[in-house]
Design a binder for this molecule. Structure first.
Ligand SMILES: [Zn+2]
Length: 827
C-alpha cells in the first residue's frame, strides 16, 4: 500500500497548489465585492439618519462605492483578450455604471470609412458611414462631448434609431484613441434618467467615459498583439503538422487527408480539398478531402482551382453566384452555398502538380495571411513525393472506376436504342450486316449507306458550331481596334495563347498580322473588304475539336513569324556582305508574303474533321469530286477562292491581273502542299535548300513555311503544345468512333486513344518521325526555328515522362512506334 499512497501525494500536491491559488484569486476578487455590499447596507442606514455627519459619510461611501465598482469592472475588462469581446464587455460596463437606457460602442473601419455598431442587447449588424451622426462626429473630431437633445442637434442621424426602434434623447460620447491618436472606436451612453425622469449628463459622466476609453485603448493594443500571436500559433501548428505528416511513413492517402485537415484548421474554413493535376486529360483529380469523399475528376474550367492551375498563382473567389463556382458535382458540396474560396497551386519548377483549396472562411473572406499559410503548406507538399504517390494510387483506382462507368454507359445505350426509334445506331447495324458478304451489290450498298451517314454527320457538324455563338461581325472600324491582350509584342511571340481568344479576337489578330506584315498598305487592301472576307472565312470553318478557325489563325501566326525571320535573315546576310546570291535566294517579296498569309487563312477552311483516307474509304462526295487526290486540300483552296469571288469580300480588287494570277497560283500550290502525303518530299526539299544543293524557288520556300507552321503545335511552349495535342486526339477519337459505327478498319495507333499512355505514345512518335525532321531542316536556315527545336525536344521529354507514369503500357507493342509517326499527322 505504500507505493500507491506516495504516488497519490505526487498527484495531489500540484492540485492543492492550484486550489490555493484559485482561492487567493477569489478572495482578491471578492474583497471589494464584500466592501461594496457593506457600503450598500451602510448607505441605506445613513440615509435614514438625518444628521450632517451622516450625510457627509454617505457622500464618502457613495464615492467609494463608485470607485470600487469602477475598479471591479476594470478588472473584468482586463481579462478580455480578444478585441470583439473587449467591446461587448465595455457596453455592459457603461450600462452598469451610469443610470442610462442604453449604451453603445461604434468600431471605426477606416478602410471602408464606416462605423460598426456593437450592442450587447441585440446582435444586429448595423453599419453607418463615418460622416454620419453624433458617433461619426466624435470619431472625426477625436474628442468627448455631451449632446443635450439629439433631435435638435444638426450632427444627429436618426437612421440608427429607425433601425433599432429606440429613441435617442441625450448622449455622451468619448473616443477610444490608438497610440498615434487615431480613433479606433466611440463609446456612447444614451438617455440618462433619475427617478423615471430625463436628467442631463454631467461632466463627471463624460469623464467616466473618457477614463474607460483610455483603459480600453491600451487593452485594444494588447488585443491586436494577442490576436496576431494566436494567428501565428495557428499558422505554425498547421505548417508543422504538414511537415511532420509529409515526412512520416504513413500511406499517401492518409498523408493527403492529414494535410487537408491541417489546411482546414489553419485557415478556419468549412472544408479543404487536395487535387492532383492530370496534365494528359486536363483534369483535376480530387484526391482526398476533409469529408472523406471518393475520387472525382473535374475538367479544367473557370473556377478558382482551374485558374490557379493556369496562372500558377493563388486565386480567390467570392460567391455564391460568381464564375468561381461552376456546377460542382460533388455531393458534399451540392447542397451547400460556397461564399468564399481560396485555391493555391502546388508547383514544382514551372509545372503545376496540384491545387490546395479551402472553402468558406468562417469569419468572412480569405485574408492575405491565409494565402501565405496555404502557400507555405503547398511548398512543403511540393517538396515531397506525396503528389506522385497519390497520382500513382489514383491512376490504379481510376481505371476500375472508368471501366464501371463505361459499362453503365453501354447499358444505357442498349436501353436507349432498343426502342422503336430508328436512329443512326441501328443504321450502323444494318451496314455491318450488309458488309458481312462481299458480293459487288453489297459493297455498293455499303458505300451508298456510308455516304448517307457521312452526309448526315456533316450536316450536324455544321449545325453545331460552338465558335459561332455570341458572335459580332467585324467591321472596318472594329477590325484594327485590338484588345489589350493582343498588344504588339504578343504578335511577335511564339508564346501567344490563341486558345484563349474569341472568334472576334482571332479575326482582329489576323487583320493585325496582315497589317504588321505591311501587305495591307502595299496592295491598298480596303478594310471593308478585309472585314467581310475574314467574317466569311471564319464562319466557313466548322466546330471541330482541332481543325477549326483557331487552328487556321495559329498557322497564319506561324507563317508570319517564320517569313519575318526569313526576311530578317536575308537582311542580315546582305549587311554582313555575304554573297548576293545567297541572300537573294532567301528573299521574299511582299506579294509572296501576302500569298503565304492568305494561304494560311484558307488552308483548312470547311475541314469536316476527318482525314482524306476516311473520305476516300467512305466515297464521300468530296472524294468523288476530286478523284481521291488531296481531297481536303483541293477543297480548302477552292473554298478560299469561292469566298474571294464575292465582290464585297474580294481583297484582291486593287491587284493588277498579273498579280492576281500570281497570288492564285501561289496560294493554291502552297495549300495543296499541306497534304501529308507530300511530307517526306517536303522534308527532303527543305534539307536540300538548306544544304544549298538545290536552288530555292519561291514556291517551294512558301510551301515549306506553310507546312512548318501547320506542324508547329509540338514546338510551342508545353502548356499550349499539350492543349493542341489533346484537341487533335479528340478529333481522332471522333473519327475512330465513326469508323467503328461504319464497320471500317481502325488504325491500331488511333484505336485506343483514351488513356494517357496511348496519347503520349502517339505524340512521341509524331514528334520523332514527322515534326523533328522537318523543323531540324528549317533550323539550318532560320534562327527562330532553332529555338523551336529546343522547345520541341523539351516537349518530347514531357510526353516521355507522362508515358512512363501512365498505366496499361502493356497493351501496346514497341513496333507500333514507327507506324504511329507515319500516320499521326494532323495537317
Ligand atoms: Zn492545318
Amino acid at each position: 500500500g505504500a507505493v500507491p499512497s506516495s504516488h497519490g501525494e505526487f498527484v495531489l500536491m500540484p492540485l492543492l497548489i492550484s486550489v490555493r491559488s484559485l482561492c487567493t484569486t477569489a478572495l482578491f476578487l471578492l474583497a471589494p465585492a464584500c466592501t461594496l455590499a457593506l457600503a450598500r447596507v451602510r448607505a441605506k442606514r445613513t440615509r435614514s439618519l438625518a444628521d450632517e455627519d451622516a450625510l457627509k459619510q454617505s457622500a464618502l461611501d457613495k464615492s467609494s462605492f463608485t470607485a470600487h465598482s469602477v475598479l471591479l469592472h476594470l478588472i473584468s475588462l482586463c481579462k478580455e483578450l480578444s478585441i470583439d469581446s473587449l467591446y461587448k464587455v465595455a457596453v455592459d460596463i457603461i450600462k452598469d455604471l451610469l443610470p442610462i437606457e442604453r449604451a453603445a460602442v461604434f468600431l471605426v473601419d477606416t478602410e471602408k470609412r464606416k462605423l460598426h455598431l456593437i450592442q450587447s442587447a441585440d446582435a444586429n449588424d448595423i453599419q453607418i458611414p463615418l460622416t454620419h451622426g453624433i458617433a461619426g462626429a466624435c470619431a472625426r473630431e477625436g474628442k468627448a462631448f455631451i449632446v443635450g437633445d439629439a433631435y435638435t442637434d444638426a450632427r444627429f442621424d436618426p437612421s440608427v434609431d429607425e433601425l433599432t426602434g429606440f429613441r435617442t434623447r441625450s448622449v455622451v460620447s468619448a473616443p477610444v484613441l490608438d497610440e498615434h491618436g487615431s480613433v479606433r472606436a466611440v463609446l456612447q451612453a444614451l438617455n440618462k434618467k433619475h427617478l423615471g425622469r430625463d436628467v442631463p449628463f454631467s461632466n463627471t459622466d463624460q469623464m467616466l467615459l473618457e477614463v474607460l476609453a483610455n483603459v480600453i485603448s491600451g487593452l485594444h493594443a494588447r488585443g491586436v498583439v494577442f490576436e496576431a500571436m494566436a494567428r501565428q500559433e495557428q499558422q505554425a501548428k498547421a505548417l508543422l503538422k504538414t511537415v511532420v505528416i509529409c515526412h512520416s511513413g504513413q500511406s499517401a492517402r492518409k498523408k493527403a487527408s492529414a494535410v487537408t485537415s491541417a489546411v482546414k484548421v489553419g485557415v478556419d474554413s468549412d472544408c479543404a480539398h487536395l487535387y492532383v493535376f492530370d496534365e494528359v486529360n486536363n483534369e483535376l483529380l480530387l484526391l482526398s478531402d476533409t469529408e472523406a469523399r471518393s475520387n472525382l475528376r473535374l475538367k479544367i474550367a473557370s473556377d478558382a482551382c482551374s485558374r490557379a492551375v493556369r496562372s500558377g498563382q493563388p486565386e480567390t473567389g467570392q460567391g455564391p453566384t460568381s464564375a468561381s463556382f461552376p456546377s460542382d458535382p460533388r455531393p458534399a458540396l451540392a447542397g451547400r452555398t460556397t461564399h468564399s474560396v481560396l485555391a493555391v497551386p502546388i508547383v514544382s519548377g514551372a509545372r503545376v502538380l496540384g491545387v490546395l483549396e479551402a472553402r468558406n472562411q468562417r469569419h468572412g473572406t480569405f485574408a492575405a495571411w491565409h494565402v501565405e499559410l496555404l502557400s507555405a503548406i503547398s511548398l512543403q507538399v511540393s517538396d515531397t513525393q506525396l503528389l506522385q504517390e497519390l497520382l500513382d494510387e489514383l491512376v490504379a483506382n481510376q481505371t476500375l472506376v472508368t471501366d464501371k462507368e463505361t459499362e453503365e454507359l453501354r447499358e444505357q445505350f442498349i436501353r436507349e436504342y432498343s426502342s422503336e426509334k430508328r436512329t443512326s445506331a441501328t443504321w450502323v447495324d444494318d451496314v455491318r450486316e450488309l458488309t458481312d458478304g462481299t458480293s459487288p451489290s453489297k459493297v455498293r450498298l455499303k458505300r451508298l449507306l456510308s455516304t448517307a451517314v457521312h452526309n448526315q454527320h456533316e450536316y450536324r457538324t455544321q449545325a453545331v458550331n460552338p465558335v459561332r455563338l455570341k458572335y459580332s461581325h467585324p467591321t472596318a472600324s472594329t477590325l484594327l481596334n485590338l484588345p489589350a491582350k493582343l498588344r504588339p509584342d504578343a504578335l511577335y511571340s511564339w508564346d501567344l495563347d490563341l486558345l484563349a481568344l474569341t472568334t472576334e479576337e482571332l479575326v482582329q489578330l489576323t487583320a493585325a498580322i496582315l497589317c504588321a506584315a505591311g501587305v495591307l498598305s502595299a496592295f491598298d487592301i480596303s478594310l471593308d473588304a478585309l472585314a467581310c472576307f475574314l467574317d466569311k472565312v471564319s464562319s466557313s470553318y466548322l466546330g471541330n475539336p482541332y481543325h477549326n478557325f483557331q487552328h487556321a489563325v495559329a498557322v497564319v501566326h506561324g507563317t508570319f513569324l517564320l517569313s519575318r525571320d526569313l526576311i530578317e535573315e536575308a537582311d542580315r546576310m546582305e549587311v554582313e556582305g555575304a554573297e548576293p546570291k545567297a541572300a537573294s535566294r532567301l528573299r521574299l517579296g511582299k506579294l509572296e508574303v501576302f500569298a503565304l498569309l492568305l494561304a494560311g487563312i484558307g488552308h483548312d477552311v470547311e475541314h469536316p474533321g476527318v482525314t482524306n483516307q476516311f473520305l476516300v474509304t467512305t466515297s464521300a462526295p468530296l472524294a468523288l469530286r476530286y478523284n481521291d487526290e488531296s481531297v481536303l486540300e483541293n477543297h480548302h483552296a477552292a473554298v478560299t477562292f469561292a469566298i474571294l469571288s464575292d465582290k464585297k469580300a474580294n481583297i484582291l480588287r486593287s491587284f493588277s491581273s498579273e498579280e492576281r494570277q500570281q497570288v492564285r497560283h501561289l496560294v493554291c500550290k502552297t495549300i495543296l502542299a499541306t497534304d501529308m502525303a507530300h511530307h517526306a518530299t517536303a522534308v527532303k526539299e527543305l534539307t536540300a535548300i538548306a544544304a544549298e544543293t538545290k536552288p530555292a524557288e519561291n514556291l517551294s520556300v512558301l510551301a515549306a513555311l506553310l507546312h512548318l507552321a501547320d506542324l508547329s503545335n509540338s514546338c510551342l511552349a508545353w502548356p499550349n503544345s499539350r492543349q493542341w495535342a489533346l484537341l487533335v486526339c479528340d478529333e481522332f477519337r471522333a473519327q475512330v468512333k465513326r469508323e467503328r459505327e461504319l464497320g471500317l478498319t481502325v488504325a491500331p495507333h488511333l484505336a485506343e486513344l483514351d488513356g494517357p499512355y496511348a496519347i503520349a505514345k502517339l505524340q512521341i512518335g509524331f514528334i520523332d518521325f514527322v515534326v523533328a525532321p522537318l523543323w531540324k531542316a528549317a533550323a539550318l536556315i532560320l534562327p527562330t526555328a532553332k529555338g523551336r527545336v529546343v522547345q520541341l525536344e523539351s516537349n518530347r521529354s514531357e510526353w516521355a515522362r507522362l508515358k512512363q507514369q501512365a498505366p496499361n503500357g502493356r497493351k501496346h507493342s514497341a513496333d507500333l512506334d514507327e507506324r504511329v509517326g507515319a500516320a499521326a499527322a494532323p495537317a
